[in-house]
Design a protein around this ligand. Structure first.
Ligand code: HEC
Ligand code: HEC
Ligand code: HEC
Length: 124
């Protein structure tokens, strides 16, 4: 007969060992969202750390300036280019997929901006 005291723990260790890549990668993937970055452009409208932390404030500021003052110009130049203060015409021009970009992080952070009730996201 066999010695189940040794075989069963042995089997458990074996299963954990061969499935290691599966659960290890799974844990890793859910630990950090991976928004799909635009191809062919290297910079955002502000340094990436500022964007990560403050894109909500930037969007609100743009909206207020456009609605209150009719000011569409964006004064920070990126690679010599000026951008319009616009969610659709600027952000979504580079970040074409709301699902693969904005929502990758927002799902993770459990935020659901209501902007899309009125603003169009690019058709996917
Ligand atoms: C000219 C193209 C362009 C425009 C316009 C643009 N972005 Fe970006 N954005 C990028 C690129 C490229 C990166 C990645 C930069 C890097 O990794 O250094 C990025 C990064 C980001 C990040 C951080 C992503 C991460 O992985 O942490 C956020 C958030 C973001 N953008 C939001 C916005 C919002 C909101 C707007 C509009 C206000 C906007 N972007 C406009 C090209 C753009
Ligand atoms: C790198 C991750 C990341 C990406 C990419 C990203 N966001 Fe966010 N966004 C967040 C986080 C985290 C919050 C919540 C911040 C907080 O509560 O302080 C947030 C909050 C917001 C808010 C405020 C919502 C609220 O209810 O407070 C708006 C508006 C917003 N994001 C717009 C966008 C748009 C538009 C895009 C795509 C162009 C985008 N974000 C891409 C991480 C991201
Ligand atoms: C109730 C409808 C509604 C909602 C919800 C809404 N907006 Fe707007 N927003 C508008 C209208 C209308 C304008 C004016 C558009 C114009 O003049 O072309 C505007 C203008 C803007 C502008 C400047 C112009 C442009 O083309 O982008 C920004 C930036 C903006 N909104 C961001 C946001 C963000 C970020 C959210 C979510 C936190 C949001 N809006 C939610 C209706 C809305």
């Amino acid at each position: 007969m066999y010695d189940s005291d040794k075989i069963i723990p042995g089997l458990i260790i074996f299963v954990l060992f061969i499935t290691f890549p599966v659960w290890y990668n799974h844990g890793d993937a859910s630990a950090e969202p991976k928004p799909e970055l635009p191809k062919g452009v290297k910079e955002c409208v502000l340094p990436v750390a500022d964007m990560r932390a403050e894109h909500m404030q930037l969007l609100n500021k743009w909206r207020d300036e456009v609605l209150r003052d009719g000011d569409w110009a964006f004064d920070v130049k990126v690679a010599g280019k000026k951008y319009q203060k616009s969610l659709m015409n600027t952000c979504m021009e580079c970040h074409k997929s709301r699902k693969k970009f904005c929502e990758k992080c927002h799902k993770y952070a459990s935020v659901t901006p209501y902007c899309w009730d009125c603003h169009f996201a690019p058709v996917e």
